[in-house]
Design a protein around this ligand. Sequence first.
Ligand code: PMP
Length: 361
Amino acid sequence: MSRVYNFSAGPACLPLKVLERAASEMTNYNDNGMSVMEMSHRSPVYEAIIAEAEQTLRKIMNIPENYKVLFLQGGATLQFAGIPMNLLNGSGKADYVISGQFSNNAYEEAKKYGDIKILASSKDENFSYIPQFKASDIRQDADYVHICQNNTIYGTVFKEIPDTGNIPLVSDVSSYILSEPIDVSKFGLLYAGAQKNIGPSGVTVVIVRDDLIGKARPSTPKVMDYKVQAENDSMINTPACYSIYIAMLVFKWIMEDIGGLETMQKINVNKAQILYDFIDNSKLYKSTVKKEFRSIMNVPFITGSEDLDNKFVKEAAKNGIVTIKGHRAVGGMRASIYNAMPVEGIKALVEFMKKFENENV
Ligand code: PMP
């Protein structure tokens, strides 16, 4: 079988160039006589890899000096607990925006640690839009406000960063990071599981402002304490060595091959536009998201008939278009079109959608 167009929401496709480079270095990294997987994380060779990962990420995201970059384990899900453990340290209150399943999971986890309020929710319309709130709705003594920037399942995105005044804004950017430039200085903390735009699962990136660390509750496990991890360059124990190495190659691909996040954004906007334009002009397919909140990373669409959706998914796979079944919470299809999905993949998808429409309408 040749390589397919993989529209998985995550783990998702990786840039072919990165995979080929990793393959060429698999058994003997940089003439060290061993794979990165076999190397001590305390060796100078590996220390150079993790340092390069951090430096390259800092460069492409333009991360200010007063932020720490951590490479942790446990996925974004562990950070649902790690965030309150580290940041819920003043009033013990935090306000959460519920814009989908993952922000709800984050809210449910945080409730174990303090007084958590729902600031706004779009549950009433199955999360097909981004709920709005005003800075004055936030409890003024809240330790932080939490949002999920891009909602992987529902295909919605915050187009504007909400104004939270002096209260630190925490954002789950798992399916958003590296898709376009982010003004990091507007956030107290950003976090992302890797398996969409960063690399393989196993590593979770946390970008946190200096003044927010060092106040974790005493029961916080050492591996979850941002201060301890920052002081130990994310190596309080063995990190996700190989995932971090691939992440480093992906960061370099964005910097050297793509030319940075402004260009990445242009490419992504163009890809998404091709797909949305086709859906909006089609007689068969419908977008499930209000136009102003549409994500450029995850594009759910339905035919309106479950049988036809199932047929679509089956026939698409025969045409090299795979993992395009929608999440059960939305149904239909979902094309996750992260950075590594080439525009050729979008064109192939649209061609198939056209053919399927002609045959089934
Ligand atoms: N947040 C978002 C936005 C996600 O899309 C996901 C996973 N798809 C998660 C959190 C959970 O991430 P993990 O599996 O890394 O814990």
